[in-house]
Design a protein around this ligand. Sequence first.
Ligand code: NDP
Length: 446
Amino acid sequence: MNAYTARVLEELKTRNAHESEFLQAATEILESLSPVFDKRPELEAAGLLERFVEPERVILFRVPWVDDQGKTRVNRGYRVQFNSAIGPYKGGLRLHPSVNLSILKFLGFEQVLKNSLTGLPIGGGKGGSDFDPKGKSDREVMAFCQSFMTELYRHIGQDTDVPAGDIGTGAREIGYLYGQYKRLTGLYEGVLTGKGLTYGGSLARTQATGYGLCYFVKNMVEANGKTVQGKTVLVSGSGNVAIYAVEKITQMGAKVVAMSDSNGYIYDPNGIHLDVVKQIKEVERGRIKEYAARVPGSEYHEGCKGIWSLKCDIALPCATQNELDAEGAKALVANGCFAVGEGANMPSTLEATELFLQNGVLFAPGKAANAGGVAVSALEMSQNSQRLSWTFQEVDDKLKDIMKGIFDKCAEAAATYGDKPTNYVVGANVAGFLKVADAMMAQGVV
Ligand code: NDP
């Protein structure tokens, strides 16, 4: 590793010793960027990397709300405004009990590069809370969202920071958050994306991350002389990203045989019936286990990591960070899996990623492969500013072009800076970084 990159990484480890997820993401990113600093010493002279790894601002706040029993509850709210060199901060709000500053800093850091890769004018941020919407009534979720926005509203706006959904934040939560923002500010503006279609949302936003992942994977696989059609696929998770990845990859002629949630996974050798999954997860907010009781010939297994022991050609981890470790990666490699596309953010551990790269598995890193969601969010911002709504087809066509553009940028940067031309990890990190670095250099020491 270049001496400058190594020094900044060491300092980062000392200053943020307890932030394991943030350091994991930073290690991968800084290792990839090392050859850039070899070629461009002026970046070191400007202290570019020291500034790049530090969020511009972190907002941390109390979120008090009253539950259905009349008891006062207190959660912790966050917004990490990481980098605004190329546009307003943009990134989702995660509602999950595991949320902490380390996780939001890793997500915000990845988001900076991801948003840059889309080619659209959006900076990077991330936020959320340790609130768990699971098992809460609609009224409780609304009370939480209103309280959360009562602090957040003063830090966001259509030209400053535009949050969106993420784990635990779907259409219902975005609706409550938007209503409270409008009530507090009196502004009808595109301050959140992932909105409902009746109040400024974009067609195809719901599908965008999952569809975009499949477009990226198809580009990657075909560029390497292979096809998606006829292949057997595993998709972990059963939330927004997973469901629409299954829908699109099936339309492309592949067969998905397994999905999961945090309790376990289902295996259906005949191919997943997505209508049943949608009914359970989107309508009933139930558990994936119920699928096995409804579809003859399918099985349910406790323990979500077991999904990686199944035989497949393509694996799409679409649940959460670090869900795919070295053991899972070894099993996938041994079973002949030839491509992995990350729908989730950092689902593969550093060891798993290394195993894929060493064994010649085509590996699409999340910050490139799942960028379709934020790209369509940026298209939602454009439609809001223009007071227009585009058709599903228009948005989907733009999404396809954007994902092709992202793949091409990753491939080009991998060819220039990577140890091999298929190292899309290096490709994504370098291509995303260069645009942000050039903008930061142009804007002086800020
Ligand atoms: P959802 O909340 O809709 O779904 C998350 C899914 O993952 C749920 O089925 C959840 O199950 C499952 N899950 C959580 N932990 C595990 C685990 N350890 N093993 C297996 N399954 C698990 O979230 P999204 O689909 O929106 O997000 C999924 C990932 O994609 C996240 O990493 C997110 O950051 C990323 N992403 C999302 C985008 C979007 O547009 N939504 C855009 C880009 C990235 P359970 O119900 O049991 O918790």
